[in-house]
Write a protein that binds this ligand. Structure first.
Ligand code: ADP
Length: 516
């Protein structure tokens, strides 16, 4: 009995100490936000924050070796470890009759956002459209915010799954940056003005030191404005296109329809032989939906940013959320997400941490209603780590082109008449016969063969061109030889399809792992 009492007492003390630590973390966070606002010149916002906390932040100083971003990250990691979920900073929103401030989603979306809202079907739906739609206090996936006490007006809460239909109507969810924005709103700055004012804060320029550097790297090397690939640029692959549209394009265009059981997949795996158009599909999503496109070759994350790769992943997802709707394209996934157990001991510690971070970030996406999609591509799906595979719920086989698709490709790249550098190139080709000959070739193989076939007549005129440069006479009119079916067949003889032998393996894997 005595022993039982003792152990309960110890547990109670430990819990109390834990709670105190959490409170301390919350307070230091607010102090940091306060000073950060002051530092950025948002005096009114800082004053508002101070008033809301009853002067609780003004009296403290932040030591100069503390970095807001790092503290936030640490706090989030701590929260994640403790509760298996990230914290969300929240504040009370205006009651009816009180002054209403624009929601974060309404201000953070850039005008580029192409999301086209349906006529409002469910008024409580957060459309994330950037068209001024009102943000609800809960997500339609039944996520709501557990009200928690706070002595600061701002409070920290975990996201919980709520029973269907249950809402916490007077709370709104926002992250750390959102909290700062809310504080600015609280200072009574009008919304148009605020969009301009908020830029430096909500953007990553406000970040300090290391994280800002990484954000710059991500923006420079990884972020593409528009990859400029249209659906019609992708030849064949009708099934894959349809599945990708269903999984990513429509949820972005018509978010109202994709709620509850239909809530969109956040992770998509495109797998199949190399050179079949996986990258093209990802780029088409980004172009057609005008999402921000982050293009990452997994192996380059590891090789280029070895030590920093884990932080880089984190910044990447942060930026993607900030620029949402976004697609993150992870190419060559198997090179970074190979099965972990198999490389025990030999695996680089940094790369192990990066994998974990990638998994954590994917979990974060799955729980949020941010429109950020991860499209991963792999040529060797059977080598993928199972934990990663589970998070890529939707798997789409991008297979070798069918005979009609091969025919369409050859006639696309080698039409009867084309112009190359001002010189006419003519072809007389039996497209159907050539397509039959090219069974097992990938789109990229076919393109290379077409290029080689077109190169042959060009090669023949080099001599004439070179000798012409030596004398000063006028350039003779150049006539290229016509490319014939026989020429093309000759090219095919000298090339080999790169992935024919693997096809059986893909279909076997498809049978075992296909999601739907
Ligand atoms: P991967 O599946 O390895 O990501 P890519 O999408 O990068 O392959 O394709 C490589 C190149 O091959 C493309 O840039 C394109 O020129 C050509 N290609 C492959 N498949 C197709 C296709 N279905 N339609 C048009 N071009 C294709």
């Amino acid at each position: 009995m005595e022993l039982n009492y003792q152990s309960m007492k110890v547990a109670h003390q430990a819990r109390e100490a834990d709670e105190q630590r959490t409170e301390m973390r919350k307070k230091s966070l607010l102090i940091l936000i306060y000073h950060h606002l002051l530092g950025q010149g948002y005096v009114a916002a800082a004053v508002a924050l101070d008033q809301e906390t009853n002067g609780g932040v003004r009296r403290f100083e932040v030591s100069d070796n503390i970095d807001l971003e790092m503290v936030l990250m640490e706090y989030e990691s701590y929260h994640y470890v403790k509760f298996q979920k990230y914290p969300k900073l929240i504040r009370r929103i205006a009651e009816a009759g009180e002054r209403k401030y624009p929601t974060r989603s309404a201000t953070k979306r850039s005008p580029r956002s192409a999301v086209k809202p349906l006529p409002e079907i469910n008024p409580s739906r957060n459309t994330n459209t950037g068209t001024g739609a009102k943000k609800p206090t809960t997500s339609e996936n039944g996520i709501y915010l557990a009200p928690q006490s706070s002595d600061f007006g701002l409070s920290v809460s975990s996201i919980k799954n709520a029973p269907a239909g249950e809402c916490a109507t007077n709370r709104k969810m926002t992250d750390a940056k959102g909290a700062i924005q809310d504080a600015v709103r609280g200072a009574g700055i009008d919304s148009d003005h605020m969009e301009r004012l908020l830029k430096p804060l909500s953007g990553f320029s406000g970040m300090s030191g290391e994280m800002r550097e990484l954000a710059t790297i991500v923006s420079r090397d990884i972020y593409l404005h528009s990859p400029n690939v249209r659906w019609e640029d992708i030849i064949g692959l009708e099934d894959a296109k349809r599945l990708v549209k269903e999984a990513v394009v429509y949820p972005i265009k018509y978010p109202q329809l994709f709620t509850g059981i239909l809530s969109p997949w956040k992770g998509l795996l495109l797998y199949g032989p190399p050179g079949t158009g996986k990258t093209l599909l990802a780029k088409a999503v980004a172009t057609e939906c005008k999402t921000t496109f982050f293009n990452i070759s997994a192996s380059s994350i590891v090789s280029k940013w070895r030590g920093d790769s884990e932080k880089l992943v984190r910044v990447l997802f942060e930026l993607a959320r900030y620029h949402a709707p976004s697609t993150i394209f992870l190419d060559e996934l198997e090179s970074v997400m190979g099965q972990r157990g198999s490389s025990m001991g030999g695996e680089h510690e940094g790369s192990r941490r990066m994998k974990t971070e990638l998994l954590v970030q994917m979990d974060g996406l799955a729980r949020s209603d941010d429109l950020v999609f991860v499209l991963a591509a792999s040529n060797l799906p059977w080598e993928l780590d199972h934990a990663m595979l589970r998070r890529l719920e939707k798997r789409i086989l991008v297979s070798l082109p069918s005979s009609p698709a091969r025919q369409a490709m050859i006639s696309h790249w080698l039409p009867p008449l084309s112009c190359t550098g001002g010189v006419e190139l003519r072809t007389v080709l039996d497209y159907e016969a050539l397509a039959k000959e090219m069974e097992g070739y990938s789109g990229s193989d076919i393109r290379l063969a077409c290029k080689e076939a077109a190169m042959r007549p060009v090669r023949k005129i080099f001599d004439a061109l070179e000798s012409h440069q030596d004398d000063d006479t006028d350039m003779p009119a150049i006539q290229l030889e016509t490319v014939t079916t026989a020429d093309f067949l000759n090219v095919i003889e000298h090339t080999k399809p790169s992935a024919r032998n693997l096809m059986d393996r893909y279909t076997a894997w498809e049978r075992e792992y296909q999601s739907v």
